[in-house]
Design a protein around this ligand. Sequence first.
Ligand SMILES: Nc1ncnc2c1ncn2[C@@H]1O[C@H](COP(=O)(O)OP(=O)(O)OP(=O)(O)O)[C@@H](O)[C@H]1O
Ligand SMILES: [Mg+2]
Length: 288
Amino acid sequence: MIRIKDLSFRYRGSAEYALSRINLEIPPGDFLGIIGSSGAGKSTLSYGINGVVPHHFSGDFYGEITINGLDTISAGTETIARQVGSVFQDIDAQMVASVVEDEILFGLENFKVPREEIEARLKQALAAAGISELRTRTISSLSGGQKQKVAIAAITALRPRIILLDEPTGELDPQSSRNIFAYLKELNEQFGITIIVIEQKIILLCEFVKRLALMDKGELLLEGPVPAVLRQVDTLKAAGINIPRVTDLGSKLSHRGWYPGELPHTLAQGEAMMRQVLAGEELFHAAL
Ligand SMILES: Nc1ncnc2c1ncn2[C@@H]1O[C@H](COP(=O)(O)OP(=O)(O)OP(=O)(O)O)[C@@H](O)[C@H]1O
Ligand SMILES: [Mg+2]
């Protein structure tokens, strides 16, 4: 369980708060997507959860964050890293090894995964991230997208209780992005790992996550199950979020009284909505 209580944070030297009075609970086994425009405070919030704030980036920190009962201030980043595996927005800063397999082995050995299990975990993580053929490549020779996959493989191989990913698919094509999300979902369902993912691709995000949190100007504006958050169309738009077009259409139909149901966010749901609306239309014409 992650508990964030009245969290405010201002980077040293900044006049403005990057986070203001955030209250959020993330239960075990959750799959939470964090959205918000650039500068909203998403990365800073993730730094709070993994202790990078205030341990690496100092500043004015108010409130409290606990990870399974551990206070992030007193616990320190090493201890927190055992609970929370992080894939950072800046992938290059994250890499410690020069060869792909070493990057993954480093974590597995550090986590004291039993020797006989290491090879299987390494292979499985490489395969799931779609980079089995990159195993012996040097990291410096990889593209940005390939490095993202290595970072994801290195963290997921550890199977920590919580995995935190900051825009992990930013440099990936749509198919690779889907594969990564499908893999995260599998880890969430199979091992009950809590997944927190900051992501710009909202349609993809909505398809996979259980809950959404919307950040804007350092504040947490909305938080809840995907359909409940998507219903707040005006708040999302005001915060600069490009909501899925089917959701926008659903919202308009709903405002005009043509559609009373839950707002869609996938194409299949959009199709079901249109069938319902058109069936209603036929009944209406039949009655005339
Ligand atoms: N290391 C830092 N030092 C000072 N200010 C920072 C630092 N990192 C971020 N900020 C500021 O804190 C605020 C929140 O930034 P943050 O990076 O958390 O936003 P974000 O939602 O992750 O944005 P993006 O979508 O661009 O990644 C911004 O005003 C930013 O300029
Ligand atoms: Mg960010």
